[in-house]
Design a protein. Structure first.
Length: 477
C-alpha cells in the first residue's frame, strides 16, 4: 500500500512553468495550510512574470522567475518532465531538497489506487486512449492522464470513486518515479529517441523499465517481445516472479499470458484462458503497429475485468486519435493524413506500413534530433513515391534519402525512383506535396522530428496541416 492522502508534505518546490508545473503548483497550493506548509515555483531561466504567474501567486504560490538557481530548503521538489535529471536546474534543486520526484509520482502518492501505466517509444497515446475507451465500454470510470495531455495532479481532486487512471508515461516522467505502483504496466517498444536527454540507449531503456519497478505478484506486466530491449525487460520481470503478458505481432508467444495475432485475428491469453477478439480489418486504426496497440489495450481491459464482448465492441468503435494517422480529408482524389505525433524515425517506418507501396507523398522534417537516418531512408525509398523535406532537419533528411538511392531499396514499389524535394517550412512543403500528388495517392505528414523549430508543439503542427487541407478543399483544388 502506498502513501495515503493524509501524509504531511511540508515545504514544497516545483520546477518549471509549463502545464505540468502549473498543475502541480495549483494542486499543492490547495493543500495549504493543512498538509503543505508552503509552495514555491521556480520557473527556469526563460520564465517571466505574466498572467499565469500572477494567478499562481494569488493562489498562494511564490514564483521565482528568470533563474535556474534554486535556493531555500524543501521537504519535496516536484520536477517537470522536460528538465533532465543531470541538468544544473535539477541538481540545484536536489541540493536543497529531501527528495525530488516527478509530477506523476506526486499524483500517485496522493491517490495510489487503480493506476495503469503505459510507456514505449511509440504507440503510447493510441494505447492509452484505446485502453481508456475499452474500460468505458464496460462502464468503468476511467480517465487518460499523463503525457497524453492531462497532468495527473489536475485530475486527482475530481477523481470519482472507483475510477481508473490510465497514464501515458514518457521516459522523462518515469525517470523521476520511485514508489509509483500501477496495477498493470505496459511497455510497447524501445527504439532510439530522446538521446539528447538520456544520453545513452541504456539510460533511456532503464527509464522505461521503471514502470515495472514496484509491481507485485498480483499485478500484470504487458511487454512486447518484438524488440531486444523489451524482451530483456520481459525476462527480468519473469525472473522476479511477475505475471508477464508477452505481446507480439510477429509470433505466438508461449506461456500462460500472451497477446498476439493468429493470422489476422487478435488473441489475448491470460492465466491460460484464451480469448479470440476481432480481426485487424475490423479496426478503424490501420497498420501492424496499431494491431499491437490494440492487443496491449485489450490485455489491460481483460485483466481489469472487462468482458471479451465489451472489448470487441470497443475495438470496433474506436476511431483514430488526433495527430496519429488521423484522416484529414480527401481533395481531388488525394487523401491527406495527419501523423504529426510521429516525432521519431521508428514511428514513421511503422506508419508507412499502413499504406500501399508507391502511393505516399511524405512530409518529413522539423527540429533535428540528430538520430541515425539509415533505416528511415530505406523505408521511405521502399514505400514512398515522393518525399518533401522541410525545416531545420530537412536538408539532412533529403541528403540521407538521396544517398540511399542505389535502387536496391525501391523494390517494394517496382523500382520506381523516389522524388526528393526540399522546402523551407511546412506550409511550402504542403504546397509542394499537393503538386506532386496524383489521384489515389496519400499525402502523409509523418515528420520523424519534433516540432520546435517552427511550432510550440506537435499539435500546433498537426492543426496547421489540417487547416491547409481545409483551405485546399475550399478552393476546390
Amino acid at each position: 500500500m502506498g502513501p495515503t492522502t493524509q501524509s504531511h508534505l511540508g515545504d514544497v518546490a516545483v520546477l518549471g512553468l509549463g502545464r505540468t508545473g502549473e498543475s502541480a503548483a495549483r494542486y499543492l497550493a490547495s493543500l495549504v495550510p493543512g498538509r503543505v506548509r508552503s509552495v514555491t515555483l521556480f520557473g527556469g531561466a526563460a520564465s517571466a512574470e505574466g498572467e499565469r504567474t500572477r494567478a499562481l501567486e494569488a493562489e498562494g504560490v511564490r514564483c521565482v522567475l528568470g533563474t535556474e538557481e534554486v535556493s531555500g530548503s524543501y521537504d519535496l521538489v516536484v520536477a517537470s518532465p522536460g528538465i533532465p535529471v543531470d541538468s544544473a536546474f535539477f541538481r540545484s534543486a536536489a541540493a536543497c531538497a529531501g527528495e525530488v520526484v516527478g509530477e506523476p509520482e506526486l499524483a500517485w502518492r496522493e491517490s495510489p489506487e487503480r493506476w495503469v501505466a503505459i510507456t514505449g517509444t511509440n504507440g503510447k497515446t493510441t494505447t492509452t486512449s484505446l485502453a481508456t475507451h475499452l474500460l468505458g465500454e464496460a462502464g468503468l470510470p476511467a480517465e487518460a492522464v499523463g503525457n497524453i495531455g492531462t497532468p495527473p495532479t489536475e485530475a486527482v481532486p475530481a477523481r470519482p470513486e472507483g475510477g481508473w487512471f490510465v497514464a501515458e508515461l514518457s521516459s522523462f516522467q518515469l525517470a523521476t518515479t520511485r514508489l509509483l505502483h500501477p496495477r498493470v504496466a505496459v511497455l510497447l517498444n524501445v527504439t532510439p529517441d530522446h538521446l539528447e536527454w538520456h544520453h545513452t540507449m541504456e539510460a533511456y531503456a532503464a527509464a522505461k523499465e521503471r514502470a515495472f519497478a514496484n509491481l507485485g505478484a498480483g499485478d500484470l506486466a504487458v511487454v512486447s517481445v518484438d524488440d531486444g530491449p523489451c524482451r530483456a525487460v520481459a525476462e527480468r520481470c519473469e525472473g522476479r516472479g511477475l505475471r508477464v503478458c508477452r505481446l507480439s505481432v510477429h509470433g505466438e508467444p508461449d506461456g500462460p499470458c500472451a497477446a498476439f495475432l493468429r493470422g489476422d485475428e487478435l488473441v489475448v491469453r491470460l492465466d491460460g484462458v484464451e480469448r479470440a477478439l476481432c480481426r485487424t480489418a475490423e479496426l478503424r486504426i490501420v497498420g501492424l503497429h496499431n494491431a499491437e496497440n490494440a492487443l496491449a489495450a485489450s490485455a489491460v481491459a481483460l485483466e481489469l475485468g472487462v468482458s471479451a464482448e465489451d472489448v470487441v465492441r470497443g475495438l470496433r468503435s474506436f476511431s483514430p486519435i488526433e495527430h496519429r494517422l488521423e484522416p484529414a480529408g480527401t481533395v481531388a482524389g488525394v487523401s491527406y493524413v495527419n501523423d504529426s505525433k510521429a516525432t521519431n524515425t521508428d514511428a514513421v517506418e511503422k506508419a508507412l506500413t499502413g499504406f500501399a507501396p508507391g502511393s505516399v507523398v511524405l512530409l518529413l522534417g522539423g527540429h533535428d534530433k540528430m538520430t541515425d537516418l539509415a533505416s528511415l531512408a530505406a523505408a521511405v525509398r521502399g514505400r514512398c513515391r515522393a518525399a518533401v523535406c522541410y525545416g531545420e532537419a530537412g536538408p539532412r533528411i533529403a541528403a540521407a534519402l538521396e544517398a540511399a538511392g542505389d535502387g536496391e531499396k525501391d523494390a517494394e514499389k517496382d523500382g520506381a525512383p523516389l522524388e526528393v524535394v526540399r522546402a523551407p517550412h511546412l506550409r511550402e512543403a504542403f504546397s509542394a506535396a499537393v503538386r506532386l500528388a496524383r489521384p489515389g495517392d496519400v499525402v502523409l505528414l509523418s515528420p520523424a522530428c519534433s516540432s520546435f523549430d517552427e511550432f510550440s508543439n506537435m499539435a500546433e503542427r498537426g492543426r496547421l496541416f489540417k487547416a491547409l487541407v481545409a483551405e485546399l478543399a475550399e478552393r476546390g483544388a
